[in-house]
Ligand binder design. Sequence first.
Ligand SMILES: [Zn+2]
Length: 371
Amino acid sequence: MLIRGRDPFSHGVYEIDYENGQIQQCTLQKRIRGEVDAYLSVPFFDIQINGAQGISFNSHQLDEAQIHQVVEITTAHGIGLFLPTLITASFEDLAHGFRTLARACRHSSTLAARIAGYHLEGPYISPEEGPRGAHPLAHTRSPNWEEFQRWQDCADGKIRMITLAPELPNALPFIERATQSGVVVAIGHTAANAEQIQAAIQAGAKTSTHLGNGSHAVLPRHPNYIWEQLAADELYASIIPDGFHLPPSVIKTIIRTKGASRTILTCDASSLAGLPSGRYSQWGGEFEILPNGKIVVSGTPYLAGSSFFTDQCVNYLVTTLGYSLAEILPMVTRNPYELFGWPVPQIETGYRGPLLLLKPSNDGLMIDWVN
Ligand SMILES: [Zn+2]
């Protein structure tokens, strides 16, 4: 079939012969105006998704059918690849989650193609109110390599990323070992001081997880861990641009300081994403989805993940904050691959995989899959 879509970078038009899930022939026409109004992109890669529509990867009742359901939901939002994310919990609950995910991926090549590995966010995070965010206090603890290895065994070795607080006892040797084993270490849910952040970078930490969130409500103006991570050129930063997690000024500042090549967008979709407003119990806590879609820990100002998906974050940055798709798309289609050192999918002859046709609008990002 013939696909035509605009290149967001050059504004030329791709003419693509697409058959059998592959680009057979691809040409980029420079001077076509009008008529072609959808932009062509590879699907989004989101490094942090906790579940959707009441399904939590953290649940001790997670089953394979639910994993298929979440993958289906993410498809509607342009997400071609993601890291199911498990947060702070008991050893057994996390072991159950990783075993179930690994089994589901062994049973289904379709799932395995959509799930790039797993992100363990916690449990080695700060117990302090604020940095801990919505994670359950009772299960926060210090890094323990043997425990992590047992989860890795449950996960068929596919925990690709861990978010931790580098100020905790044993954190630095843990970061070194995780990095040596090929796991990307992210700094997050932390109350670290400047020296501790620098030490984490020296030990191998590569990114900040949702910079500007999972932090104290009030911080010393400087120094503080946000400035320190902002200024660290060695670190990528993920941000949650859903319209609630960060004000526009902070989003602009992070994108400017990290630059187009070191900013990664994540929706951090909560397991409550996609549900109507109301009160819900999850992970042993009480949460509330407000009518505007904001998810908070009941009775606190603390956010508990997003109720939106990656496409809505992209659309918010383009239609509300005025970024171009060319500025934003690499943050969901290139930078996450580079964070892991994986080949970056390129629209060119021989590309194998689905494509997206995108149209930003005030009603949301219109997405058509080509596959
Ligand atoms: Zn978090």
